[in-house]
Design a protein around this ligand. Structure first.
Ligand SMILES: [Zn+2]
Length: 154
């Protein structure tokens, strides 16, 4: 109990573990595994660097800055993983919905797959502009850019 108390007191006011730490640790772990076979000195220094950075961040008392770093990391992660999430989403909904971008405000619209061919209209929930969608085949739908209507709305 005494030992746990000591650790708790030591960690008081320190930053601790976050997503960036977990990511750095995973990279560190993978590099260590890889380096078991290669014995590369450059890899070893990268490992060491990651280890020191991770520990430094956990023990850091500058909580505000560490939190900012973590936020930045999460933003980059979100941007990088977005295509994969989109791919997964498109595959999951392939029989019910189509995802298209509104060409006015770039919002992604979830459009139900048309049951019949032809021209339809949808309203973008973000910019409230009317979009013309067109489907030639059952599983396909396209947004038509109507220049004339855009001019009218401006
Ligand atoms: Zn829009």
């Amino acid at each position: 109990m005494n030992f746990i108390n000591k650790i708790a007191r030591f960690m008081y006011g320190r930053y601790g573990i976050d997503d960036l730490y977990k990511f750095l640790f995973k990279v560190f772990f993978c590099l260590t595994l890889i380096n078991l076979f290669f014995h590369n000195s450059i890899l070893f220094y990268i490992e060491l660097f990651l280890f020191i950075i991770s520990i430094y961040r956990v023990l850091s008392k500058n909580i505000y800055r560490r939190r900012r770093e973590n936020e930045r990391f999460l933003n980059i992660k979100k941007i990088l993983l977005k295509p994969f999430f989109n791919f997964k989403r498109n595959y999951r909904d392939r029989k019910t919905y189509v995802y298209k971008k509104c060409h006015h405000c770039k919002t992604t619209l979830r459009l139900p797959l048309p049951s019949k061919r032809g021209i339809n209209h949808v309203k973008c929930p973000e910019c409230r502009k009317r979009l013309t969608v067109f489907s030639l085949r059952k599983e396909r739908i396209e947004i038509i850019r109507t220049k004339r209507k855009e001019m009218k709305n401006v």
